[in-house]
Ligand binder design. Structure first.
Ligand code: NAD
Length: 464
């Protein structure tokens, strides 16, 4: 038999193989869920939901509560697995697992309180607002926070009384599988079912008989899901990509602003939905701000995510690296100046990069980069800063740095983003939702308002 014939005859592996982006080595593999099995899994999830949905919110929270200690005990192992699957520095990955474990009990309490009955009455009628289960939820998650994203989607869906099919990213299947295994030690059978695959399995889930789709991922995939969910009027929660601006006003504390810019542009190698990707700086302080940014960027250490002191890892895969390098190269060709990085490094690494002299004709200022790149453009007035910050279809997060809080607050109020931080990142206080405006979100989660989107509101009224 010829070599060509034997290669063609070899059985094609249907396994989903997880690769370490820092070393190129295999981390592990799981069998892909066959597409034709998905409607049957959804049917089984409907059956499991009947008993689960009959419990109260508080009873469901009690079933889940012991999982917190198990998650805490396994946080180190989960963090290591996440780091190996997607290249996040080990300390950050373990921190992500600990964050989920440490907040688990408070999260359950917040969900139960948010879904409690509410009474509304007038002179004639007393009404009770109930938060009933929707049915079966498809939770489809990305790879960049491979423990937190499943956690934030699955927990409120379960406490609300839904059964859940969790389809994690094909890049980080193993760690999501471990997260589901821990919850399944405590849940009744069939209430939480992992589904393994890529967009094909994700789409099959959306098209199956599910009642709620909770999706976190790119804007393009979000639009596809909305289209597929439309004919069945399925409920959707879409948390999508961003192109977050940072506005540095003339009176800003430049050390604080530059430290934030470097941290928030290069954390997780820029693979964060609320990464700072566009920086608008008052022309009068541009030089000093850039000097500070460059100095802090040079102090970063890029390399093996498991090595001590490394704070910037690789891109998740070669495709993502090619996309980031393509945007950098096109910007340089169009006149951008490179103040740091700008070059591709061996394997999947892209050097932390600062580009100045950019403008909105460049793709790098318009499309999500999702890499370690900070682009800096000068502005002449606060009005111009607001106009530039809003010149995008995205609207996830934003930040404004300035010492005069009235002025910074006035700029923040005019930025069309779901979350705006003043002299800080965009994350709000405990209990605030995680919410995107414009094309960065369609529905949202987290906090009492977010938790209620996992339930069907029902109004039961009687005459007094
Ligand atoms: P992606 O859109 O490529 O994939 C996300 C998930 O959707 C994966 O599980 C994938 O398999 C699945 N999928 C792909 N096509 C599908 C389809 N047609 N139907 C159903 N499912 C499908 O995104 P990604 O590369 O995994 O993640 C990065 C993106 O996620 C970035 O745009 C980032 O900004 C965004 N993100 C947003 C938030 C937020 O809170 N807004 C948080 C994290 C990441």
């Amino acid at each position: 038999m010829s070599t060509a014939a034997s290669a063609a005859d070899a059985p094609v592996s249907t396994d989903l193989i997880s690769m370490d982006p820092a070393t190129g080595q295999e981390v592990g593999r799981v069998p892909r869920t066959p597409i034709e099995a998905i409607p049957k899994l959804v049917f089984a999830a409907h059956q499991a939901q009947r008993g689960w949905g009959a419990l109260t919110h508080a009873q469901r929270a009690e079933v889940l509560r012991p999982a917190a200690a198990r998650l805490k005990a396994e946080a180190r192992r989960l963090g290591e697995l996440a780091s190996r699957e997607m290249g996040k520095p080990l300390a950050e990955a373990v921190g992500e697992a600990n964050y989920c474990a440490d907040g688990f009990a408070a999260e359950l309490d917040e969900i139960v309180a948010a879904l409690a009955d509410a009474v509304r009455e007038d002179k004639r009628v007393t009404s009770i607002l109930r938060h009933a289960p929707l049915g079966v939820c498809a939770a489809i998650t990305p790879w960049n926070f491979p423990i937190l994203m499943p956690h934030q989607s699955v927990l409120p869906a379960l406490v609300a009384g839904n059964s859940v099919l969790l389809k994690p990213s094909e890049e980080t299947t193993l760690v999501a599988c471990e997260y589901a295994r821990i919850l399944n030690e405590f849940l009744p059978p069939g209430v939480l079912t992992p589904v393994f695959g890529d967009g094909a399995q994700g789409r099959a889930l959306v098209l199956a008989d599910v009642n709620l789709i909770v999706f976190t991922g790119s804007r393009e995939t979000g639009k596809r899901i909305l289209g597929d969910a439309g004919p069945g009027l399925k409920r959707v929660i879409l948390e999508l990509g961003g192109k977050d601006p940072l506005v540095v006003l003339e009176d800003a504390d430049l050390d604080a602003a530059a430290a934030f810019a470097v941290r928030n542009s290069f954390r997780n190698a820029g693979q964060v939905c609320v990464s700072t990707e566009r920086i608008y700086v008052d022309a009068r302080i541009r030089g000093e701000f850039l000097r500070k940014m460059v100095e802090k960027t040079q102090a970063l250490r890029q390399g093996d995510p498991r090595a001590e002191g490394v704070n910037v890892g690789p891109m998740v895969n070669a495709r993502q690296k090619a996309k980031v390098m393509g945007q950098i190269d096109a910007a340089i060709a169009a006149g951008a100046s490179v103040l740091a990085g700008g070059e591709s490094r061996e394997g999947n690494f892209v050097a932390p990069t600062i580009l100045a002299d950019v403008d909105h004709r460049m793709e790098i200022m318009r499309e999500e980069t999702f890499g370690p790149v900070a682009c800096v453009q000068a502005f002449q007035s606060d009005d111009e800063a607001v106009r530039l910050a809003n010149d995008t279809p995205f609207g996830l997060g934003a930040a404004v740095f300035g010492r005069d809080l009235d002025r910074a607050g006035a700029v923040a109020a005019r930025i069309e983003a779901g979350m705006v931080g003043i002299n800080q990142g965009c994350g709000g206080a405990d209990g605030c939702p995680w919410v995107g405006a414009k094309e960065s979100g369609y529905g949202f989660h987290t906090g009492p308002e977010g938790h209620r989107q996992f339930a069907q509101v029902r109004v039961i009224s009687r005459v007094k």
